[in-house]
Ligand binder design. Structure first.
Ligand SMILES: *[C@@H]1O[C@H](CO)[C@@H](O)[C@H](O)[C@H]1NC(C)=O
Ligand SMILES: *[C@@H]1O[C@H](CO)[C@@H](O)[C@H](O)[C@H]1NC(C)=O
Ligand SMILES: *[C@@H]1O[C@H](CO)[C@@H](O)[C@H](O)[C@H]1NC(C)=O
Ligand SMILES: *[C@@H]1O[C@H](CO)[C@@H](O)[C@H](O)[C@H]1NC(C)=O
Ligand SMILES: *[C@@H]1O[C@H](CO)[C@@H](O)[C@H](O)[C@H]1NC(C)=O
Length: 184
């Protein structure tokens, strides 16, 4: 508040003072909210999803709408939500829902750090192989992770226990080994 006081011209009326103060407080609040998102654009979310598709040996027909020249928010299995980001309300990818889709790929090829707004992942009954990537544990908004009926191998990463918003974790019918980590 000190810095704002110093910037105020001495001639200003109390009302103007109050308005300016409120506006700058609002801007500060919005900046604080925007900061954790690191300015990640829909474009980088788009690229991450396309990269994942490119690593899938023969992408199923359900993914044919996943194209370079269309918005990911309109792709089959993808849902976006408009979130507050500073003074803007950008669309961000929040849901991936492709159960029974015949995806033969690795979850580790999906760049989760480019998809920080994901709240919902349903890839029930596909053919995902390889490990459950540690990167999933960066999804602080993730509430549902449903990977039942896949071919995931290896251990459940300890870090998954750190997912603050997680309500549903379904990993049955995979080939996971080891213990359920104490963090869960
Ligand atoms: C969204 O997808 C539908 C059906 O695939 C299509 O008809 C529509 O034109 C698309 N909209 C945009 C903005 O791409
Ligand atoms: C899994 O999906 C396939 C189609 O890809 C379907 O034929 C099969 O019944 C599904 N299995 C389960 C357990 O839902
Ligand atoms: C994953 O996405 C982040 C954020 O967009 C980017 O900085 C990073 O380079 C990407 N990693 C890979 C392996 O593409
Ligand atoms: C999208 O995710 C939210 C939870 O974040 C869930 O309530 C909703 O049902 C999901 N919608 C679809 C179409 O998957
Ligand atoms: C997992 O996904 C499948 C397919 O969408 C759904 O039928 C099932 O209820 C989900 N399980 C949980 C615990 O949400």
């Amino acid at each position: 508040m000190q810095t704002h006081d110093k910037k105020m011209p001495s001639s200003s009326t109390p009302l103007l003072y109050l308005c300016l103060l409120r506006v700058s407080c609002l801007l500060l609040l919005q900046e604080a909210q925007a900061a954790p998102h690191g300015g990640i654009s829909l474009r980088s979310q788009h690229m991450a999803l396309l990269h994942w598709k490119a690593t899938i040996a023969s992408p199923p027909p359900l993914m044919s709408s996943w194209q370079e020249n269309t918005r990911p928010c309109n792709w089959t299995g993808i849902m976006c939500t408009a979130i507050r980001h500073g003074r803007h309300m950008p669309w961000v990818v929040t849901n991936i829902s492709l159960p029974d889709a015949g995806i033969h790929g690795q979850l580790g090829e999906l760049n989760f750090s480019a998809l920080p707004f994901l709240t919902y992942i349903d890839l029930y009954n596909n053919s995902l192989h390889g490990a459950l990537p540690v990167g999933i544990s960066s999804l602080s908004a993730l509430s549902v992770l449903n990977l039942t009926y896949n071919q995931l191998t290896g251990k459940i990463p300890y870090e998954i226990g750190g997912l603050q918003s997680l309500r549903v974790l379904e990993l049955s019918y995979n080939r996971l080994t080891g213990h359920i980590p104490a963090s869960l």
